[in-house]
Design a protein around this ligand. Structure first.
Ligand SMILES: *Cc1c(COP(=O)(O)O)cnc(C)c1O
Length: 379
């Protein structure tokens, strides 16, 4: 059976990218590798929509999140974290691990944070030094209003906005310089359609000001070292050569297709998937603020998500993700990032209909497939 990886990370990697990474290994201190690195650097700046350097780390996304904290903040600093899911919770864990004082805003899973709550906290407590949030919370499928939060924090010289954009950068526009974000993080196995192992981070001038006095311990993740090395088209430590070669190829493809077209494609795919789920009487977990990176469906209570996920795997070779913590067994998550296209989404909805039908869910067979096919066109 042909397998289809539909989890929102790791995502399916296009075979031409895998082939590119299968070539004989080259050394990293060579002109050949430096040229690849230079292309990746330039491309990342365009995708992050910044004039700043974008650092390439040999670490999963959490490494860049940790780097964002240790390169800007100082022991005892007070920060706001937005906890509306597993990744928002992670910001709190990282911050506490470094002895920061965390004021956590708990957000109901499936809902977006209210910028007014952040504004009020910042106004009532001038000692807060940073706001840490997700642009897209992958565990729930929520898109948080990063632009509105940036409008608040960018007016303050003494407050940073640190954003995890791991399922946002490359999925929807998040113009770093224009919005006034201070640290933005991305990851290879999500929007960048690569295997796990790389993460990215960029810092604003304001963040570099914080860096001057930041006293948290840092060595492997010291962004000042990455900044110096980037100018020489390398990294301070041995770069993940193979993955960066893949990255160069992915970026080449992105530039050819155009970011606007990629954003539009993801948006349309997510919209069509949501409409198809509604058509087959599946509620959306995130009706009000859906991230275009994934769609999250609520499993009918009498069936449960576990059965849906295991049947999709067993009968159709399709891997989708379930929920975590209290959402476990309740939701399923399907990716719109990575190597997924219209045909994959039509096949997924068709398999989902078949699965739901055999499990006794009440809906009109075929309406979901008709909806997703119609909305995604025949191209
Ligand atoms: C995947 C992901 C991460 C990073 O997880 P790693 O396992 O460290 O790569 C962080 N934030 C979000 C929103 C993610 O989707």
């Amino acid at each position: 059976m042909k397998r289809l990886l539909l989890t929102p990370g790791p995502v399916a990697v296009p075979s031409e990218i895998m082939v590119e990474m299968a070539r004989p290994l080259i050394h990293h201190r060579t002109k050949e590798f430096e040229a690849v690195f230079a292309q990746a650097r330039e491309g990342l700046k365009q995708i992050f929509q910044t004039e700043n350097e974008v650092f390439i780390l040999a670490a999963s996304g959490t490494g860049a999140m940790e780097g964002a904290v240790v390169n800007t903040l100082s022991a005892g600093d007070k920060v706001i974290t937005v906890n509306g899911g597993k990744f928002g919770e992670r910001w709190g864990k990282i911050a506490r691990a470094y002895g920061l004082e965390v004021d956590e805003i708990e957000v109901t899973w499936g809902e977006a944070v209210s910028p007014a709550v952040i504004k009020e906290k910042l106004e009532s407590d001038p000692s807060i030094r940073a706001v840490l949030m997700q642009a897209s919370e992958t565990s729930t499928g929520v898109k948080h209003p990063t632009d509105q939060v940036a409008a608040i924090t960018s007016k303050r010289d003494d407050v940073l906005l640190i954003v995890d954009g791991i399922t946002a950068v490359g999925v929807f526009p998040l113009p770093f310089d224009e919005l006034g974000i201070d640290v933005l993080v991305g990851g290879s196995q999500k929007a960048f359609m690569l295997p796990p192992g790389l993460s990215f981070a960029t810092m604003s001038e304001k963040a570099w000001e914080f860096n001057k006095t930041s006293d948290l311990p840092k060595f492997y993740l010291n962004f000042a070292d990455y900044q110096k090395s980037a100018l020489k088209n390398t990294t301070p430590w041995t770069p993940a050569v193979t993955l960066i070669i893949g990255l160069g190829k992915v970026i080449g493809g992105f530039m050819e297709e155009g970011m606007e077209n990629i954003y539009r494609k993801r948006e349309l795919m997510s919209l069509a998937t949501r409409e198809a789920l509604r058509a087959i009487n599946i509620d959306l977990f995130t009706p009000d603020a859906p991230s275009p990176a994934l769609t999250v469906g609520v499993a009918p209570e009498e069936i449960g998500a576990g059965k849906i996920i295991s049947e999709l795997q067993a009968k159709f070779g399709m891997t989708v993700a379930g929920g975590q913590d209290h959402a476990k067994g309740k939701i399923f998550r399907v990716s719109h990032i990575g190597d997924v296209d219209r045909n994959d989404m039509v096949a997924f909805i068709s398999a989902l209909e078949s699965t739901l039908g055999s499990l006794g869910h009440d809906f009109t067979s075929g309406v979901g497939v008709a909806k997703v096919s119609e909305m995604l066109g025949t191209a």
